[in-house]
Design a protein around this ligand. Sequence first.
Ligand code: SF4
Ligand code: SF4
Length: 360
Amino acid sequence: MIRKKIALFKHFILKSIGLKKLSQINEMNNKNVLEGKIYRNGCSLFEGTLIINSKRVQLCCQPLTDNKDFFFYYYDNKSDESFYSAIQQYKKNRDKLYEMWVKMEKNPCSNCSYMIEDSLPTNLNIRTIHFPTGFDDSSCNFRCIYCNAIPVLDKKIKTVGNLFETIVKLSKDFDFKGMIFSFSTGEFVARNDANKILDYLYEKGALISLTSNSSIYKKRLMDFIKENRVTGINTSLDAGTRETFAKVKGVDCFNKVVENILKYSNEGCLYDLKYIILEGINDNIEDINGFVEIVKKANTRNATISANQQVKNKRLSENTINMTTLLYKKLKETNANLLFSSNDFNREDMKEIREKININ
Ligand code: SF4
Ligand code: SF4
């Protein structure tokens, strides 16, 4: 009787939290564990990435839960001790989170839309350390018309931290061999200390992932590429002609950028190219054709269509919507994996675009 009650209770608990029966999970795990995976809760996007901001260490870049204290660990960047303590707190909560995920318990991610239940790696393998815009003295040689980091780049917002020193500090806690360092700190390659950082990471056996405008050729970066140590470069090109490029970026160097993209991609670097559709600027056939040609020549991995978030409240014109669908159709014929940044579009515009190109 007592056993029956316990079984009923277990059944009720599993049902009420919407989980699979433990026996089902175990069965799946027996199958998967050989491939280094188990069936568990996990985060589809940020698992495996540590984010270092100038004032805080983050377990996740956008915790869509109320429990931000669990994900953000603030530090005083003048104190090494404070930084190491934030890293320790991060590690503690990362392990705690993983345990809750594995046990399929309710956890601080439970209400987040990125949470999934699937066959996932058997451990939380932190493979990427990401530095976002705003870390340290982010700088950039461009002034894109849609850039939301301009106040930081123009030094109107004072940033703190020191990228190189922070990387050195991290080497005490992490083995850099095979670890990916991802930089979205303005134009990383334009930094005065870019070579110093690249040399250091090269010696340590690290890998690189960049968000870059591709305007500056770096020999050291090419060394990483030749050794297959660049996991990808993400460049928002937004144009297919020299004139439009200059209008969007504030710098007339379209040919140089295309030349660099081709130089790097010819050596095997995987490129992700983006086109932010801008009304009255790049919503025309010449730019679209030019961009599609570059996507083909660079053997682009991902081609992303996006919109200007800063004017998301305003609907796009009929012509811009038609040009977005034309861009979609033309990119579809290339070998690139085609992505849509739907969240950057006005919801009504996205609905109309979806209907026109027949995607859900
Ligand atoms: S599930 Fe959501 S809150 Fe949890 S780590 Fe992923 S993105 Fe962050
Ligand atoms: S290249 Fe990037 S960081 Fe530089 S201005 Fe353009 S959007 Fe901003």
